[in-house]
Design a protein around this ligand. Structure first.
Ligand SMILES: [Zn+2]
Length: 236
């Protein structure tokens, strides 16, 4: 069976019916998942490449988590900022890594033009960071992890701790850790571990593990520093 199949959807901006390519559920199984939920797929088809649906007529790019419909002013804002410059391009069929990147960047622009929810924007930014990770482009990956982190923090500031936000808090900690802000990371991990109201056992465990990892890494750094300074002393 082919991993890809086609389905028809209607554009919420211009109402054009278009074909979008999807990945069959049986091909969506990751062979490895990173600590910030980035999936790795060995079979060649990365389902994340097909998350963004793009209208070939007006360029409106969205994910399933986006708006169900648009207001007139959102449509106008989209058309003024992006739609009118859209030259028509089809994203159906198999997508290369480059096309996947373009699809997420279009989704980001679309989200910004229509004032999408921070949760949606954060998810898109995080996905862009993953695409750079697949390419081993560490500088761009960290840049987008930082943008995603800022958006996740805005989500947390709006929704707060009252909702079941342990996963969000874990992610804020983990993205801080990944961009080298260990102290901030520990602050978030310890909040999840120590807050008695949080019941999400998997996220409490994940926070403990990543907190431990920070301790081990800083201990390793301390040891290598002290061994290199003792080498300097002994070479004097
Ligand atoms: Zn459209």
């Amino acid at each position: 069976m082919e991993p890809l199949y086609e389905s028809k959807i209607s554009c919420i901006c211009c109402e054009t019916i278009f074909i979008t390519t999807r990945v069959r559920p049986s091909f969506k199984k990751a062979t490895a998942v990173d600590s910030d939920f980035c999936g790795h797929y060995s079979k060649g088809t990365n389902p994340d490449f097909y998350v963004v649906r793009i209208c070939p007529k007006c360029g409106f790019a969205s994910t399933e988590n986006g708006f169900a419909s648009l207001t007139e002013s959102q449509k106008q804002s989209y058309n003024t900022r992006i739609g009118l410059n859209w030259r028509g391009q089809s994203f159906s069929g198999e997508r290369s890594a480059e096309q996947a990147m373009m699809s997420y960047k279009l989704a980001l622009l679309t989200g910004q033009a229509t004032d999408a929810k921070d949760r949606v924007i954060a998810g898109i930014l995080h996905h862009i960071a993953w695409l750079y990770r697949y390419e081993n482009n560490e500088t761009e990956e960290k840049r987008f992890l930082t943008f995603a982190l800022e958006a996740y923090i805005r989500v947390f500031e709006t929704e707060g701790i009252s909702l079941n936000n342990a996963k969000l808090m874990y992610l804020i900690g983990e993205l801080n850790r990944r961009i080298g802000q260990d102290q901030e990371a520990v602050k978030w991990f310890s909040r999840v571990v120590n807050d008695k109201k949080i019941m999400d056992a998997a996220m409490i465990r994940a926070c403990r593990e990543q907190w431990q990892l920070i301790r081990e890494e800083s201990e390793a750094r301390r040891l290598s520093l002290s061994s290199s300074s003792s080498q300097i002393v002994s070479s004097l």
